[in-house]
Ligand binder design. Sequence first.
Ligand code: ADP
Length: 451
Amino acid sequence: MLRWLRSIRVKTLGIMALATILGLGITYVALSAIEHKIEVNQALQGLSQTTNRILLMSQHGATLGQLRAASAVLTDERVVILRGSKTVLESGAPAVAQDLMQSSSDGLTTVYAYALPPKTDEASAELTAAASIVVLLALLAATLISRMVSKSMSMPISKAIEASQKVASGDLAARIGDVGSEDFQSLANAFDSMAAKLQDHENEQKKFLGDLSHEIATPINAVSGFALAICDRTIKGQEELSEAAWLIQEETDRINHLLTDLRTLDRLDIARTVTKEVFFIDIYIKELVLRFSASSSKKSLTVTWSAPHEEINIDRRLLDMVISNFLSNSIRYVDPKGKISLEVKHNSRDLIFCVADNGIGIAPAHLSRIFDRLYRVDDARDRVSGGSGLGLAIARRASQSLGARIEVESERGKGSRFRLLIPFTSALQENIGTAGQPPATGANLPTKVDE
Ligand code: ADP
């Protein structure tokens, strides 16, 4: 790039020098022509004065001898005097076609004067000197200007090259900054914001890896601790052994759960294909509640639901990733005998799936972060039934693939409300709202409808 700029500089310099020399050449030729014309006029004027003077002498009775003597004095001019049509005097060499000529006549006598025209190819020494000085000055100015222009162009480019080389070698803190022209600055700003995003992404990635290794280390340490205790017979009684086996099983389940969620998240990031299918909303919700009935019954929870008997055309697998995450979280973060409600409704723009609970709730400080991978509020960490910390990250990715958005309202100690809003444009539920069926409802224990 810089080499290219340097070659541009040399070319610009050459072009400027050529243009200057050409311009000066043309000026020089034009000025020479003007100077020549002035000299011709002066010569013609001189010839005219000569013919007038000799005619006057003739009119005042000068003899031919006196006239010849007067003509002989003239060095550059030749004189011819006619009386009538007869040549009475001819001084100097005979006239030639290209000679300048002037004449004066009183009817009786005609005086002709001839002179060689001034040479055309000789410009004055002053003009030549002035032209040479201008050429030199122009060359000097061209050199200085091209140097300044190329420097102002190459400086921001050098900075850009330096910054991009640093970023390429892993220094994501490198930036170009505010340099160069307005156009260049928008390019530099785009580069800088790209580098900033890469840096954020790298930091996020580092944090994720740190959190992940911590998440894996905890159950692995527990499993290896129990295994060691069994090996060195610290744990030996039948009851102790079966308790250890149960705990090992629980820890390996946690790792398995984590790995499954990681794979799901990875798949969502890689494959963005959406496979739509048509199904009834209420039937889906009913099946979902049934799927979770074992875990909700274990905590004696009241799960109620309400959904329209209408068809939608949507990727059911992605929808389920979101809604089942909301529901499993509610079950996890609600105290025994708590309440959970599932409601599906629509407004003029969106189809809305809402899962609400009266569980532990989330403090405002954590609300913006719960969708980050492996982020868990301390209250949740303390819970034995804690999940992998990837559930909401999966829900967010799945909702993005659906073209939907998630909204959360929560109050610590009071409960949470998670909503998935699917715009009709991306949900493409052409049939929604046309069936006009009353919403289907259901509940596990006791049967109750949450409106
Ligand atoms: P986890 O597997 O830990 O539940 P998630 O990604 O699903 O991870 O949720 C992230 C965090 O958000 C949870 O650890 C918990 O602190 C909080 N959270 C999610 N849903 C609820 C809820 N219904 N009630 C209270 N806290 C919740």
